[in-house]
Design a protein around this ligand. Structure first.
Ligand SMILES: Cc1ncc(COP(=O)(O)O)c(C=O)c1O
Length: 354
């Protein structure tokens, strides 16, 4: 039967994002392929979610999400009008494209960055320029200056893990006063710096952050955007034209408690960062070339560049990492940082694989 006729034409050649493999049976598995946090979420967040389950679920959740927005505003030294919350940063980013990036000029992001950006461009029919990273995978940030309809930077970048300095980010903001500069800080907690302090000065800055990585809440789907009120109101208008209750009551309770317990998350991030340094050194001892990471993963090249073979050999040992097959990344592996014990197991496996 010809079924294509039932679909809108723009769906015919859509190329959806392919997420990392999510095995359902986790027994004995070392899962290092989607940059999840190996430590559990804050016990206070778990307790808040338990308490949110009850008769109250018969009611719609808060549509202005004030408790969560206030907790985030307080943490950042901003006001609630500077905060938008969403169902994971994938949702927040997806609302940003129609809100800010449908311009006459193309938007710009790096050739090697979060793969979802291209998917949104296709979905929302937004033209883009993919600016090549330098050969050492650092970012030529001056390439963004002044000619685009929008700028999108993952900082630290993924999958490289490399962070651009706040001074460089400020230069991009200063040189693009007429378009939105979106800084995707998904991995901010493993770096410790943020562009959020520039919000008061730059009306074109939007910072997006997630609770998936730093707060160990990938399963909850909660994230936020920070910016001046005109940008935040634009996102609220977008959301209210799409799904006005985008965070459910359980997620709101859990995310609020998690943000209020940020020191717990920071302590876990410090453990991840210490393991990252230890693991990077171990990789270097095996002849792997590893980029300097400010995130909860490393991007590393096996001595012979045979990343696909190493990926498969690790998978046979029940260790799952990520391999991107595009030309500039095919010789590299992205390995999320797990617990110290998990990374010891990975290093032992890599030693064995040789
Ligand atoms: C750079 C970057 N931005 C956004 C996301 C999406 O995160 P979330 O779980 O909040 O949708 C990811 C996920 O891996 C990411 O790497």
């Amino acid at each position: 039967m010809e079924t294509k006729k039932f679909l809108s034409s723009y769906l015919w050649d859509l190329e959806p994002y392919v997420p990392g493999y999510q095995p359902q049976n986790n027994e004995g598995l070392v899962k290092l392929n989607t940059n999840e946090n190996p430590y559990p979420p804050s016990p206070r967040a778990v307790e808040a979610m338990r308490s949110a389950i009850g008769e109250n679920l018969k009611l719609y959740p808060s549509f202005d999400c004030l408790s969560l927005r206030s907790a985030i505003a307080k943490m950042e030294g901003l006001s609630t009008e500077n905060v938008f919350v969403g169902n994971g940063s994938d949702e927040v980013l997806s609302l940003c494209f129609p809100a800010f990036f449908k311009q006459e000029k193309p938007i710009a992001f790096f050739d090697i960055t979060y793969a979802f950006y291209k998917v949104y461009c296709k979905f929302y029919q937004v033209e883009y320029d993919a600016i090549p990273l330098h050969s050492d995978y650092t970012a030529p940030l001056s390439a963004f200056h002044g000619q685009y309809g929008g700028v999108l930077i993952a900082n630290p970048n993924a999958p490289t893990g490399i962070a651009a300095s706040l001074r460089e980010i400020e230069e991009v903001l200063r040189n693009n006063p007429d378009c939105v500069v979106l800084i995707d800080e998904a991995y901010q907690m493993f770096w410790g710096h943020t562009a959020a302090g520039l919000i008061e000065t730059y009306p074109n800055l939007l910072v997006v952050r997630t609770l998936s990585k730093g707060y160990s809440l990938a399963g909850l789907r909660a994230a936020f955007a920070l910016g001046q009120p005109h940008l935040i109101q634009a996102l609220i208008n977008m959301r209210d034209s799409f799904n006005s209750y985008n965070l459910d009551a359980i997620a709101l309770a859990g995310a609020t408690a998690a943000v209020e317990d940020t020191p717990y998350a920071v302590a876990n991030a410090k453990k991840v960062m210490a393991t990252r340094e230890w693991f990077t050194e171990g990789l270097s001892g095996l002849g792997y070339q590893t980029l300097p990471s400010a995130a909860n993963f490393v991007f590393t090249r096996p001595p012979r560049g045979d990343a696909q073979q190493v990926f498969e050999a690790l998978a046979q040992r029940n260790i799952h990492v990520r391999h991107f097959t595009a030309p500039r990344t095919a010789e590299w592996l992205r390995i999320s940082i797990g617990t110290q014990e998990e990374m010891e197991r990975v290093l032992a496996a890599l030693t064995e694989i040789g």
